[in-house]
Design a protein around this ligand. Structure first.
Ligand SMILES: Cc1ncc(COP(=O)(O)O)c(C=O)c1O
Length: 386
């Protein structure tokens, strides 16, 4: 194995970690509920952090212009579009950026469209910004899902003021096409709506799919803002660093009107690690994507063998598996049964919206043997519930 190559970490090593994932549950529970990876750090990222700590560089975050340059360079290399670095600003994390923009741009009670089932904190952060969630559920497309842009259009026609697009989509792993994104931009123009494109999972676009940054479409820029971050791709969510991207004067003015205090929620170590990830972490990310690709196939094999009643469409991006457990008849919230009877913690489907009843989300960024153990525990829970 290449020294420093991306590698999954053993359960013994993981139990020594101090993060939420490894302490939120009793020690006999195997956690696979949160979007965090069981992986080693990219060597370039680790080096940047060790050097920063050795310098004692733990002060407040500096909105380093190099962050914008590095983020833009990465976007250009991976996705073929270099945003102007002067339109990239530091925010502590994606969700606080979304909240700050909604608070500033929408009136009290303004409707925000989301495509359910969707990342649960969207609901709370929209409400905390004084806005209202308007669901435009994804359409079922065979065993998988597709964006239902007719439903989005109906919501905007009905008065919703913004569209929070999850691109790629959590929990389904959908990667939106150029034609879909073009239509979104057209709808935003026609209805005067703001589009917030959450692209946090873009670095985790897997073989066979291609991520298109929303703002790479010129027609999207006048009413679009995107939120990007290195924290999912390189597993740095606790380091608090994300970026808000604008590419037009009106959106730049909106970003400039946000409180300058916002950036002080970011961490200096996050800025330093993100610059290292974007600049020097590309080869490591490629290795990681190979490991995740293997796992999305392995999970399909394991489910076919041990729990064939579960519906699973491998994600095109992310390391998340959105699992239809309704045929198992474990009720609306199968995650409770899996936890109580199998001692494996998955994320409850109903948290993702009404259509999540009967589903669970599993994180599969883990060692193959751990993935096997997750499925075994689910099997055990099903047997115990019968
Ligand atoms: C779609 C999506 N957006 C935002 C976040 C949270 O990002 P942050 O920690 O930067 O707020 C996540 C985390 O899993 C996510 O999946």
């Amino acid at each position: 194995m290449t020294p420093g190559a991306a590698r999954w970490v053993t359960l013994d090593e993981l139990r020594a970690r101090r993060s939420f994932k490894w302490h939120a549950q009793p020690p006999d529970v195997l956690p696979a509920f949160i979007a965090e990876m069981d992986v080693t750090l990219a060597p370039a990222v680790a080096r940047s952090l060790v050097e920063a700590v050795e310098r004692g560089d733990t002060g407040y975050a500096f909105p380093d212009p190099e962050l914008g340059t590095a983020a833009s360079g990465f976007q250009g290399e991976r996705f073929g579009w270099n945003p102007d670095p002067s339109g990239i600003s530091l925010i502590p994390d994606v969700m606080s950026g979304i909240g700050a923009v909604l608070r500033r741009a929408l009136p009290e009670g303004g409707g925000v469209v989301v495509n359910t089932p969707v990342y649960p904190p969207f609901f709370d952060h929209i409400a905390a910004a004084g806005c209202r969630v308007v669901e435009a559920p994804l359409a079922r497309d065979g065993s998988g899902y597709a964006l239902d842009l007719d439903a989005v259009e109906a919501a905007l026609r009905g008065g919703a003021r913004a569209y929070l697009l999850c691109n790629p989509h959590n929990p389904t792993g959908l990667v939106h096409s150029a034609a879909e994104l073009r239509r979104v931009a057209g709808l935003a123009e026609r209805h005067g709506a703001l589009v917030l494109s959450d692209e946090i999972h873009a670095p985790l676009t897997l073989a066979g799919a291609r991520h298109l940054p929303y703002l790479s479409l010129p027609e999207a820029r006048g009413r679009g803002i995107s939120l990007i971050s290195a924290t999912k791709g390189w597993n740095l969510p606790g380091l608090k660093c994300a970026q808000l991207v604008t590419a037009s004067e009106p959106m730049r003015a909106l970003a400039a009107s946000l409180s300058p205090e916002l950036r002080f929620g970011a961490s200096n170590l996050g800025v330093i690690a993100s610059i290292a990830a974007y600049r020097e972490g590309g080869a490591w990310l490629d290795e990681l994507l190979v490991l995740i690709d293997r796992n999305r196939r392995l999970l399909g094999d394991l489910l076919a063998e041990r729990l064939p009643e579960i519906g699973y469409t491998p994600p095109r991006a992310t390391y998340l598996a959105w699992l239809d457990c309704s045929a198992l008849r474990l009720g609306d919230d199968p995650a409770r049964v899996f936890l109580e009877r199998g001692r494996v913690a998955l994320r409850s489907g109903p948290d993702f919206g009404r259509s999540g009843a009967g589903w669970v989300r599993a994180t599969m960024a883990t060692a193959p043997e751990t993935l096997r153990e997750i499925v075994e525990r689910m099997r055990r829970a099903v047997d115990a519930a019968r």
